[in-house]
Design a protein around this ligand. Structure first.
Ligand SMILES: C[S@@+](CC[C@H](N)C(=O)[O-])C[C@H]1O[C@@H](n2cnc3c(N)ncnc32)[C@H](O)[C@@H]1O
Length: 223
C-alpha cells in the first residue's frame, strides 16, 4: 500500500509484491503459468461454491429467469475457472447427460471482444477480481455483443457498508491479491455508466440466505 498507493495495476498488488511477480497479468497470469497452484485454485473455487451462502440455488431461484423468455445465457469466466481450451475440453467431458445439447463450452479471454451475440451475459464472482480500469474493459467487451434490451447478470457481493466486518474482510482480500475490490450499489451504478452510458443497473436483489446479490444490468438507449 505504501509502495503503490491507489494502484490499479495487477503487478503492483500485495500478492505481486510479496511473490516478486512482475508480469502485467498479476495473480491470474501467475496461475495460468503454473499447473499445480492453478489446480489448487480451481479446487478452492469449487469449495467456495459449496458454502450455503453462495449455493447456485440462490441464483437459480433468486432471479426471475422466466421474464427473459427463450434466451441463451453466456456464462463469462464460468465453471471451474478461466475459459481455457483445456478447461473447456474437461468441462465437455463431465457435463451431465441431461444438459447435453443445451449447454456448450467455448474458450474465451474476456478482455477480448465477446464473440457470441445473445440476450444474457452472466458473470459470477468475476467482477470483484478486477480493479475499475480492468472491469470497465470487461464490461465494454461484453457491450460490443449486446443489443438494446439485452443484459448482464452479475452475481457478486454488494457491500452494504465498509464498516461491516465480514464484507470488509473479503473486500480487503480482493485488494491484497488483485488490487481489486467488492463494490457498493452506488459504485455499481457509476461503473456501468463509465463503461457505457447506455448501461444502467435495473435492480439489485439479494435472495434470502445468499451472500451474493444478483445485479441486473440492462443496455438501454441514450436519451
Ligand atoms: C473467482 S473465479 C469465478 C469462477 C466462476 N464464475 C464461479 O462462479 O465459480 C474467477 C474466474 O475468472 C477466470 N478468469 C480470469 N481471467 C480471465 C480472462 N481473462 N478470461 C476469462 N476468464 C478469466 C479465472 O480463471 C477464474 O476461474
Amino acid at each position: 500500500m505504501q509502495k503503490y498507493p491507489h494502484s490499479q495495476e495487477l503487478n503492483e498488488a500485495w500478492f505481486a509484491v510479496a511473490f516478486d511477480y512482475k508480469e502485467p497479468g498479476g495473480f491470474f497470469q501467475y496461475l495460468a503459468e503454473r499447473k499445480e497452484p492453478q489446480k489448487r485454485f480451481f479446487g478452492a473455487m469449487k469449495c467456495v461454491g459449496m458454502a450455503p451462502g453462495v449455493d447456485y440455488g440462490h441464483l437459480a431461484n433468486g432471479y426471475d429467469w422466466r421474464k427473459l423468455g427463450k434466451a441463451t445465457v453466456v456464462d463469462r469466466g464460468g465453471s471451474a475457472g478461466h475459459d481455457f481450451k483445456e478447461t473447456v475440453e474437461a468441462s465437455e467431458k463431465t457435463l451431465p447427460a441431461q444438459f447435453k445439447g443445451r449447454v456448450s463450452f467455448q474458450a474465451h479471454d474476456f478482455f477480448n471482444p465477446q464473440p457470441l451475440r445473445t440476450e444474457v451475459y452472466m458473470m459470477r464472482h468475476i467482477c470483484h477480481c478486477w480493479p475499475d480500469k480492468y472491469l470497465i474493459k470487461i464490461l465494454q467487451q461484453t457491450v460490443l455483443a449486446m443489443d438494446h434490451g439485452s443484459r448482464m447478470i452479475v452475481v457478486e457481493t454488494v457491500v452494504p457498508s465498509r464498516r461491516d466486518g465480514l464484507y470488509r474482510s473479503m473486500d480487503l482480500f480482493m485488494f491484497s491479491m488483485l488490487d481489486a475490490q467488492d463494490r457498493s450499489a452506488e459504485e455499481w451504478s457509476k461503473i456501468v455508466v463509465a463503461a457505457d452510458p447506455r448501461l444502467r443497473v435495473a435492480s439489485i436483489e439479494k435472495p434470502t440466505g445468499s451472500h451474493d446479490a444478483i445485479i441486473d444490468i440492462v443496455l438501454g438507449q441514450l436519451n
